[in-house]
Design a protein around this ligand. Structure first.
Ligand SMILES: [Zn+2]
Length: 136
């Protein structure tokens, strides 16, 4: 088994979705969603195209997680928010750069790519998308 040949395109593909805000748009019902997937979560159609989503939006609601699973130990407690992007797409993502006591519904946020979790003793760190408040 040639894992090198097989794994390189796969990691490229994952990185593409991880470092750009690429979602899907359903050609049948026009819904947009994130992350990209091959079938529409709203109508089930598989006529999906990639779309670059706006990186700014508004925090609709949030939950503060006080007891994260161990791989999230980099930062706890942490905030998970429901964000509505400028085009109306809704995303669930971690909210960063704000104190849990200061976060509130309705704040403007923007996408950033941040350390997401650390895996076990080997210390592999994954990076992923988070949202932070837009200052000023
Ligand atoms: Zn659809």
């Amino acid at each position: 088994m040639n894992t090198f040949i097989n794994s390189v395109p796969r990691s490229w593909r994952e990185r593409k979705y991880k470092y750009r805000l690429i979602g899907g748009i359903c050609k049948k019902c026009n819904a947009t969603f994130y992350p990209y997937r091959g079938s529409c979560p709203y109508c089930g159609s598989d006529d999906i195209e990639e779309v670059n989503l706006p990186k700014k939006g508004r925090l609709i609601s949030y939950t503060i997680i006080y007891s994260p699973p161990s791989e999230f130990r980099l930062k706890q407690p942490y905030i998970v928010g429901l964000i509505e992007l400028e085009d109306g797409t809704r995303i669930i993502a971690q909210i960063t750069d704000v104190d849990v006591n200061e976060v509130k519904d309705g704040i403007e946020v923007e996408a950033v790519f941040r350390r997401y979790r650390e895996q076990g003793a080997d210390g592999i760190i994954e990076y992923g998308i988070k949202f932070r408040p837009i200052s000023d």
